[in-house]
Design a protein. Structure first.
Length: 309
């Protein structure tokens, strides 16, 4: 990816939908995917392989993953919390699987019912399962959640996050994601941590995952850009949050993130007007859910020229 391109990965179908009351049909989820691809957003985390009793929204994860694989141009990925989830994702045929653990041991215990150290061990098991299956085409991303602070335990030590990144790289991660699960990060902290993360990752892709809980989401994107990050997770209409982290709220908003990146001279390949139309459609499916975002409210500035269009 050259310097003037940035990647936006839609996580509304996963991070967004895990928080909403209405259960969408698999067909609605796939329609959302199809329209995102037509708008130029080809990286989508389409579902999460968790037990349906924990997140009923994802009882159809298999169907959604298989359906997503038939959409031309879509690079579909899914979140998995453990080896069983990873095996289900491999069986569905996905080529990108995102594993998540938390830097905060307390959040990890709440989220996946085991310690961070146990989750690190499970990542090695997932790498081994991928290697044994002969499916070297499957890329395994590793995400560090609560990397900037935790609503349960508070401060998260930067050196601890960096050691986790090193461990995950050593285990064989193909991508690293650094997540501010609960919206505690501020720009100075992001710039400092992400510079050090990029020094460890070399040529491997690195994605930042921000939530806008305290209004600093897009400021943190700018700070991550300064540090050299060129890939971001975001959610249409800013839906999202972790059901297992108190007071978590939505991701940074996809429409506003694309607007910011294009304004900063980064080509995203994504049509903002098309995103606004998809947002309207998705909002009509999810009555009563909080859809955030400035561009949907105020419109694009007169004369704004997207690098993509
Ligand atoms: N998908 C489907 N079923 C799964 C599964 C998965 N990923 N992981 C475990 N199970 C099943 C097991 O097979 C077992 O089934 P059984 O009772 O029929 O034998 C049962 O669930 C319990 O397995 P166990 O390994 O003890 O899981 P657990 O109850 O300790 O739960 C997690 C662990 C990780 C599955 C659960 O905490 C979880 O899904 N967390 C994710 C939360 C989330 O989505 N957070 C937001 C995103 S960051
Ligand atoms: Zn998130």
């Amino acid at each position: 990816m050259n310097d003037s391109r940035a990647q936006v990965r839609e996580v509304g179908l996963r991070d967004g939908l895990q928080m909403v009351k209405t259960i969408l049909s698999a067909e609605q989820k796939l329609e959302w995917c199809r329209r995102m691809v037509a708008a130029g957003c080809t990286e989508i985390e389409v579902t999460s392989f968790v037990p349906p009793r924990i997140v009923p929204q994802f009882a159809d994860s298999d169907e959604v993953a298989r359906g997503a694989l038939t959409i031309a141009g879509l690079h579909a990925s899914a979140l998995v919390p453990n080896l069983k989830g990873a095996q289900r994702a491999f069986d569905a045929g996905l080529k990108k699987v995102h594993y998540v653990l938390s830097a905060s041991n307390e959040h990890n215990l709440k989220n996946v019912r085991r310690s961070t150290a146990e989750s690190v061990d499970d990542f090695s098991n997932i790498i081994a399962a991928r290697n044994e299956s002969g499916r070297q085409d499957i890329k395994l991303g590793a995400g560090v959640a609560t990397a900037f602070g935790c609503t349960i335990s508070g401060h998260v030590d930067e050196q601890h996050v960096l050691r986790l990144v090193e461990t995950l790289l050593k285990a064989g991660a193909d991508e690293i994601a650094i997540a501010d699960t609960v919206g505690y990060a501020h720009p100075g902290q992001v710039r400092k941590l992400m510079r050090q993360v990029l020094a460890l990752t070399g040529d491997l892709p690195v994605t930042c995952h921000f939530h806008d809980t305290r209004g600093l989401g897009l400021a943190n994107v700018v700070a991550a850009l300064d540090a050299g990050v060129r890939a971001f997770d975001s959610s249409l209409g800013g839906l999202g949050g972790c059901p297992f982290a108190p007071n978590a709220t939505g991701n940074i908003n996809t429409e506003d993130t694309v607007f910011l990146l294009e304004s900063e001279g980064m080509r995203t390949g994504i049509d903002i007007d098309a995103l606004l139309a998809i947002r309207e459609q998705v909002a009509s499916w999810l009555p009563g859910e909080p859809f955030a975002g400035a561009i949907a409210r105020a419109g694009l500035p007169k004369g704004f020229v997207s690098l993509t269009m």
